[in-house]
Design a protein around this ligand. Structure first.
Ligand SMILES: Cc1ncc(COP(=O)(O)O)c(C=O)c1O
Length: 407
């Protein structure tokens, strides 16, 4: 076992003092160290010369989105513990925390390692299975208030054993399935039984319940019945917990399609909504965001207009991802011409359908594409081009990838 903070293929741990976490490797910064935002290369860039495709983030909109979610949450007495899988960036996480987020939610141990340099409040919304994940989890810095979501006795016992061996206590949120059918126990009684077990085991502490309404992706005004069912299931679980002598200190839910209706689930204490920091085509289609709220697009260049009625851009599936969402068809739309969709993708080619538009693109022209699902597009980028009041900079994605761990 390597000491904490050791480097190498076996398991590099991000160290808050590590300069590589706080500045881009791409050149010297003219800005004094104290003024440098972690993850931002402050050497100014001319966006016109940046090679495409590249994800383009508007940091002013990011701040506005963060303020909007934080104030919605505060208005309804909810906490916001945003999922960082969307942005994987220290600078964006810092914006969320400054706006009022109480902590951060992660899905991978790499995200946990990187984000624990910013806040001690980390929720791993993913069951840690296997010795490698458990060892890595328990190597997070001691001040981190660790919380994990799980749905089985096997995982619970594994976490309790590993935590006990490490001399730590890990908070447990029992995951309930509220309709997605992915992870989580469906029966309120089963949630309560696992919660009771967590409350009785050494090494872990029962903190509450977690659910993810990821099946609710229809228009906001059509969500009534679905949200009603979620609320019923959560209420039944809170009753079942009471019947075994437990109270959930944390009731964690939320998603972006249901963002502004989260408070309709009685008993909820926090939302983990993540993609709302950038929003995407789905968010606009569902009605939780307007095109003005979109903070992330893929900047692309027209490379061919040879086929009549089409234009080809250099953003393919390796920049946009091939994720299909909603009824609209295609893989994204142009920010400035929402009637033009990316209708097919090869790895490095995106095909725009121009029928229905009078736009006559020319080779070399740049466009901004709103992807169907922002998180998977961001994850395909090495860096993002960040636009802020002071100009354009490169934004690093410190928590991207898994960073090999071999013990
Ligand atoms: C467990 C969990 N929590 C929260 C989120 C955030 O959802 P959204 O991006 O819709 O806000 C996700 C998204 O996949 C998730 O899987």
């Amino acid at each position: 076992m390597k000491p904490a903070g050791g480097a190498g293929v076996g398991g590099p741990r991000p160290d808050p003092a590590d300069p590589s976490l706080h500045a881009s490797s791409a050149g010297e910064s003219a800005v004094p160290e104290s003024a440098v935002d972690p993850g931002v290369d402050h050497s100014a860039l001319d966006p016109a010369v940046v090679e495409t495709p590249i994800g383009l983030v508007d940091l002013e909109r990011v701040r506005a989105n963060a303020r909007g979610v934080a104030s919605y949450a505060a208005e309804h007495g909810l906490s916001w513990r945003p999922h960082v899988k969307t942005h994987k960036s220290l600078a964006v996480a810092r914006i969320q925390l400054e706006a009022g987020a109480r902590g951060l939610t992660v899905a991978t141990l790499r995200e946990a390692e990187v984000m624990s340099t910013l806040t001690p409040d980390i929720l791993l919304a993913y069951p840690p299975v296997g010795e490698a994940k458990l060892a890595r989890l328990l190597r997070l810095p001691a001040p981190v208030d660790l919380k994990v979501a799980l749905d089985s006795e096997e995982v619970l016992r594994g976490v309790a054993r590993a935590a006990g061996a490490a001399g730590r206590e890990v908070g447990v949120l029992v995951e309930q399935d509220v309709g997605l059918g992915r992870v989580g126990l469906a029966e309120p009684g089963a949630v309560a039984r696992l919660a009771r077990m967590a409350a009785d085991l050494d090494g872990v502490r029962f903190r509450g319940v977690l659910f993810y309404p990821g099946h609710i992706r229809m228009a906001v005004e059509d969500q009534d019945a679905h949200l009603g069912l979620v609320a019923e299931r959560v209420a039944a679980t809170l009753d079942a917990l009471g019947a075994v002598g437990l109270r959930a200190e944390i009731v964690s839910g939320g998603s972006t399609p249901t963002l502004w209706r989260s408070h309709e689930v009685a008993g909820l204490t926090e939302i983990r909504s993540g993609s709302c920091i950038y929003f995407d085509r789905e968010a606009v289609d569902v009605g939780v965001a307007t095109p003005d709220d979109i903070a992330y697009t893929v900047l692309a260049t027209v490379v061919s207009t040879a086929v009549p009625g089409r234009a080809v851009v250099d953003a393919g599936s390796k920049a946009l991802s091939k994720e299909v969402r909603g009824e609209g068809g295609g893989f994204g739309t142009l920010l400035d011409r929402p009637d033009i969709a990316v209708v097919s993708l090869s790895e490095e080619h995106g095909v725009l359908d121009l029928s229905g538009s009078d736009w006559i693109p020319v080779v070399g022209e740049r466009v901004r594409i709103v992807p169907n699902h922002v998180c998977v597009s961001v994850n395909l980028q090495d860096h993002l081009l960040a636009r802020d009041s002071g100009g354009h900079h490169l934004l690093r994605l410190e928590a991207r990838g898994r960073e090999p761990w071999t013990g």
